[in-house]
Ligand binder design. Structure first.
Ligand SMILES: Cc1ncc(COP(=O)(O)O)c(C=O)c1O
Length: 431
């Protein structure tokens, strides 16, 4: 094993992260190579900096005019220069500040500085690299975002322990806690939480969050090491007052020395920048100090350096300008209000038609989606029928679920579209 990896492991072995690292997580390190030496030179090489593989002219990165003319408000360095491996410092600090503002109970000393990754997907994949070995079990929701299967099962060869997180009214806490307690007996619990969730569009109420946190704390108190990945892709898109107001990451990061919470989030959905490909990974644990967080960040930087090397530079600068934009808060509030009205239109329809014999809505209160569980018909048959006969695109998942991305629909389309779906399901059932 490389000496640098060994040194990082030595720091991390004193805390929860060291015990949870995968074999790859133990081997990976951030080298004191080109990037580290170049960062050092950037600060101190006053005569000439001959470290980095970029071409300069009169002190600025060379840039083609077609590019600079199309990005007129970004400088050469903001457009084409490499970004640091862990992301542009200002973006990392700003995101941490925003996290603390959006989640007032979050304690700064319990979290790391966020690390920039090229999208939440990449962030989750890197977390899986660091903490999941072949054959290790990960508890997750059924149905879940289908990319989890690719990331955890196909890439990392982990074993998915799928649990139906939802019953008729909300979280099925008995089922979730039973799965956690079962895993705790093995000495480690690994769990991914995604609230608001894809595909059901559900976020826990304050009471549900209390029970879930108590259960995880109990597992830790009994001696299990607990990893909770918080996929907060849809953070903040909540439409009911009963929903816990902050990310569950806040509670988990201050809950117990044996709990490591890792938050993957970003502006993808929160700030309407799906294709910008900037996201963040933040570690949180009561049992970790600054040295442990820095060592873990070095590990994550090793993962980044060995895969994409660094994230997109102009995207990070565009994001900084977006956050600084005067019109941004009002525009975000406007978009949020539109999404909430779409949610309310779905809710109205579902409440007025809640006794359909073959379509039952899973609990939903947030996010972009809602899903129906199909009874007596296959969701794939319904999806095909809707597409072929009505030109309506939906997503069939797991054989029985039909996901509706209502965030993508104009409000006035929602009731007629749902009526068509109900009618088509009726026709299928009586065929
Ligand atoms: C639950 C969930 N996590 C993560 C993502 C991906 O986010 P990103 O586009 O930033 O990779 C999505 C996107 O659809 C999602 O639904």
């Amino acid at each position: 094993m490389n000496q640098l990896a060994y040194d990082l492991n030595k720091i991390l072995d004193d805390c929860i992260a060291g015990r949870l690292l995968s074999d790859f997580g133990r081997r990976i390190y951030f080298p004191k190579g080109i990037i580290a030496q170049s960062a050092e030179a950037k600060k101190s090489a006053w005569a000439a900096n001959a470290t980095i593989g970029m071409a300069f002219h009169q002190g600025k990165p060379m840039i083609l005019s077609a590019l600079s003319e199309n990005l007129p408000y970004l400088s050469e360095a903001e457009t084409v220069a490499y970004a640091p491996t862990a992301g542009i410092e200002e973006v990392r600090e700003l995101w941490q500040k925003l996290l603390l503002e959006k989640n007032p109970s979050l304690r700064r000393e319990c979290i790391s500085l966020p690390v920039v990754v090229p999208g939440i997907t990449a962030g989750i994949s890197y977390i899986a690299d660091l903490f999941l070995n072949k054959g290790q079990r990960l508890i997750m929701n059924d149905p879940c975002w289908d990319n989890y299967n690719l990331i955890f099962e196909e890439r990392r060869e982990a074993v998915l322990c799928s649990v139906r997180f939802l019953n008729d009214t909300g979280l099925d806490l008995d089922a979730i806690c039973a799965a956690i307690n079962q895993e705790a007996k093995t000495g480690a619990v690994r769990l991914i939480l995604n609230f608001p969730n894809n595909p059901a569009g559900y976020s826990p109420t304050r009471m549900e969050e209390d029970v879930l946190c108590d259960c995880l704390k109990d597992a830790a108190e009994k001696g299990a090491d607990v990893l909770v990945i918080c996929d907060d892709a849809y953070y903040g898109l909540v439409y009911e007052d009963t929903i816990a107001p902050e990310s569950i990451f806040c509670r988990l990061s201050g809950l117990h020395e044996r709990i490591l919470a890792v938050k993957a989030d970003g502006p993808t959905k929160e700030d309407y920048v799906w294709g910008l490909r900037v996201a963040l990974v933040t570690f949180g644990s009561k049992g970790m100090d600054g040295a442990c967080f820095n060592a873990l960040i070095s590990k994550l930087m090793g993962v980044i350096r060995s895969s994409v090397s660094c994230s997109n530079t102009p995207a990070q600068f565009l994001l900084l300008k977006t956050f600084a934009g005067e019109k941004t808060p009002a525009e975000k509030a406007h978009y949020r209000a539109i999404l909430k009205r779409r949610y309310q239109a779905v809710r109205r329809f579902v409440e007025e038609h809640n006794n359909h014999h073959c379509l039952k809505a899973l609990p939903f209160n947030s996010g972009y989606f809602m899903s129906f569980a199909c009874n007596g018909i296959k969701s794939e048959d319904l999806r095909r029928k809707l597409l072929a006969e009505h030109g309506i695109g939906t997503v069939a998942l797991g054989g029985i679920y039909l996901r509706i991305a209502y965030a993508a629909l104009n409000e006035d389309l929602i009731a007629p579209l749902l009526a068509t779906i109900f009618q088509a399901a009726e026709e299928l059932a009586t065929q």
